[in-house]
Ligand binder design. Structure first.
Ligand code: HPA
Ligand code: ZN
Length: 326
């Protein structure tokens, strides 16, 4: 078995997937029709043709528009179920799903519809596919901290349905320090803490995520390569980084997959993992990310095993589930 075949077959955890970013154009059109929501594109092909991004913001504009077709619990269930089927095909055995409630509550969709729909699909994935999963509520960082507090408040009646909070959306100009107080509150509530940092933003945002937000994982973190002290800190603490190679190419964070720093991260002893981010928009799910990255960076079988091992180490599962996975 070569490294690519091994990458396909090995059991792995996916820790950086925005469930709204798994909405394929076909499902966007089906849900738009079911719910009577108008779309700005005349066809599936026209929508897919618009997926030519120049940076994070050019993607986010289309991503939030796509999510406008989600109204009912069944819609959220159907979106997540379609993702779980893809995950199963890629030998993903555990996944921690990000969701963006503010994208939905701002349109009048009740928090209950979002969480109950997603949570139902998670339960079904466990019983029908043997995939364990958990939900992580993300605050949109282009909105205010006050808005994040209100979102947390609205989600607390469903506290049992999500394990932690994250921070996503437009990074530059919205540093982690903007959310220090709401993350402190989440820490008091016993929630797990993660944040996107160092995708388009500088290493300083990663330091803030660690020192001010006290996150347990950093999402992306490719900017770390610019800061040797930060690299040493990440290696020393084994702070996990949920890296998304195809996303980084599509959003022009790296020019070419062959320039991606993933191999350097592994060689420096970082707990780097491979993830799909927004697979419907970035050209591939987990195995596409693994296959193309193994090929472009000439990763070895040992690198592949290390990546799968890291994904389990970086996950928030119980010790018992951890030992079952790897
Ligand atoms: N970065 C920031 N916010 C996001 C992303 C991303 O890659 N995907 C969905 N929301
Ligand atoms: Zn992301």
């Amino acid at each position: 078995m070569n490294a690519i075949e091994l990458a396909r077959a090995i059991p792995k955890a996916e820790l950086h997937i925005h469930i709204e970013g798994s909405l394929e154009p076909e499902l966007i059109f089906a849900l738009a029709q079911r719910n009577g929501v108008p779309l700005a594109y005349p066809s599936v092909e026209a929508l897919r043709a618009a997926y030519a991004f120049t940076d994070l913001q050019s993607f986010l504009d289309i991503y939030y528009a796509g999510a406008s077709v989600l109204l009912k619990p069944q819609d959220f269930h159907d979106m997540a179920w379609a993702y779980f089927l893809r995950a199963k095909a890629d030998n993903v055995v555990h996944t921690e799903l990000f969701f963006d409630p503010q994208t939905h509550t701002a349109r009048g969709v009740p928090m209950a519809s979002v969480i109950e729909g997603l949570s139902g699909a998670c339960k079904r994935a466990e019983s029908e596919l043997g995939i364990s999963s958990a939900l992580i509520l993300c605050f949109l960082r282009h909105l205010s901290e006050e808005d994040a507090f209100a979102t947390l408040e609205a989600a607390l009646p469903y506290r049992g349905h999500f394990i932690g909070v994250g921070l996503d959306s437009s990074e530059v100009g919205h540093p982690p320090e903007k959310f220090e107080r709401v993350f402190a509150r989440c820490r008091e509530l016993g929630l797990k803490l993660v944040a996107h940092a160092g995708e388009e933003g500088p290493p300083e945002y990663m330091w803030q995520a660690i020192d001010l937000l006290k996150v347990q994982r950093i999402d992306h973190g490719v900017a770390a390569l610019q800061d040797p002290l930060l690299m040493a800190e990440l290696a020393h603490t084994r702070m996990p980084l949920t890296v998304c190679p195809l996303s980084n190419v599509k959003l022009c964070v790296v020019k070419d997959l062959r320039d991606h720093p993933l191999k350097k991260m592994l060689d420096a002893g970082l707990c780097a993992t491979v993830n799909s981010d927004d697979p419907a928009y970035f050209g591939g799910y987990m195995n596409a990310n693994f296959e193309q990255t193994v090929q472009a960076l000439d990763l070895s079988r040992e690198d592949v095993v290390q990546l799968a091992r890291n994904s389990v180490e970086a996950s928030f599962v119980s010790e018992q589930r951890r030992s079952e996975m790897f």
